[in-house]
Ligand binder design. Structure first.
Ligand code: AVI
Length: 323
């Protein structure tokens, strides 16, 4: 455990998950090559994602923030005072600050896969909010998650905060399993505040994942740099291109890396052949109509308390509770 402030501690569970790169090799050697989107988030990937959230084309972050600003009092009424807030995939903390400012939260538990990013943001938050206990957990929450027992104290109200439509990066079945896992983790009266991107005109979606500055392309390609570093792979970034499009039939934006020639990449003792224009599927970002998401939530064990949206219905925020 790492402690730099008296009200902050970091628990690293990622070391126990050191087989996580086995998945990468397995999915790269499958007939249809893919890589799990979690590998997008090393330290530089997290920085690039923050830059994406500021892009003109990437409407989700600012729209979700505006929904939160407009309905903050009502949102806070759902989160009782002296409660614990657990955030999955915490990132740069702009949204959580709106909740922490309220003075209603005793303990904040950010969970993120990027250790350095989590440490920096936890430290800053513990300095800015000295009355709040900050317990950062470094973990891959897409795998099984073991939260420390004291956090799961059923006498204390808990709210899970899962903003940014990260739920869209799960396959439909996985999203259902993940939400069910959260519902099982919580006790009666606890809640989940979750942000979900809404289906819309393909052009808006296309632009959001194909920005003019090319930041999303860098973010996608950085995945290969991450694997080169962690697995000693020899991907040549000049021989792959970012490709993202909206698959309307499946209701998702797909991100791929396209091999721009026939080439062989080596990872350890494995040689992987890429045909010209063969792709590695690196991310899905599912979009849900408001009713589709409400159905998913109720089939996963939650009761819908309230849905907020913006005037153009670009994005939705839901407060769900456990009976
Ligand atoms: C984190 N996640 C919700 C983002 C998304 O929109 O799916 C990641 C991202 N990928 C490309 N741009 C942003």
């Amino acid at each position: 455990m790492i402690k730099t402030q008296s009200n902050m501690r970091i628990i690293d569970q990622l070391q126990e998950q050191n087989n996580r790169f086995d998945e990468a090799i397995e999915s790269l050697t499958a007939t249809k090559k893919s890589l799990q989107p979690k590998f997008l988030y090393d330290k530089y990937g997290s920085v690039l994602f923050e830059q994406i959230t500021q892009l003109e084309e990437y409407y989700p972050t600012r729209t979700e923030l505006s929904i939160m600003e407009g309905s903050l009092d009502e949102i806070l009424r759902h989160i009782s005072s002296r409660s614990t807030v657990i955030e999955f995939g915490s990132g740069a903390s702009r949204k959580i600050r709106m909740l922490l400012e309220s003075g209603m939260i005793d303990e904040y538990v950010p969970i993120d896969i990027s250790k350095s990013f989590l440490m920096e943001s936890s430290e800053q938050l513990s300095v800015d909010y000295p009355a709040i206990q900050v317990t950062g957990i470094v973990a891959d929450y897409t795998n099984e998650l073991n939260l420390p027992k004291e956090l799961m104290d059923a006498t204390k109200k808990k709210t899970v905060f899962f903003p940014g439509s990260t739920i869209g990066n799960f396959e439909k079945k996985e999203a259902h399993n993940f939400l069910s896992m959260i519902a099982a983790l919580l006790s009666s009266g606890d809640g989940l505040l979750i942000g979900v991107d809404v289906k819309k005109a393909p052009r808006i979606l296309h632009n959001a994942y194909n920005d003019k500055e090319g930041i999303t392309a860098k973010f996608n390609l950085n995945l290969l740099t991450h694997l080169n570093r962690e697995l000693g792979a020899d991907f040549n970034l000049n021989q792959f291109e970012h490709y993202a499009f909206y698959n309307a039939e499946l209701g998702r934006v797909e991100m791929h890396l396209v091999s721009m020639e026939e080439q062989v990449v080596t990872i350890g003792n494995k040689s992987i052949l890429f045909n010209n224009h063969e792709t590695i599927h690196t991310e899905n970002s599912y979009k849900y109509s408001i009713s589709e998401f409400q159905q998913l939530a109720s089939s996963s064990g939650f009761v819908l308390e309230k849905t907020w949206t913006d005037p153009k219905e670009l994005f939705s925020l839901h407060y769900l509770s456990v009976l």
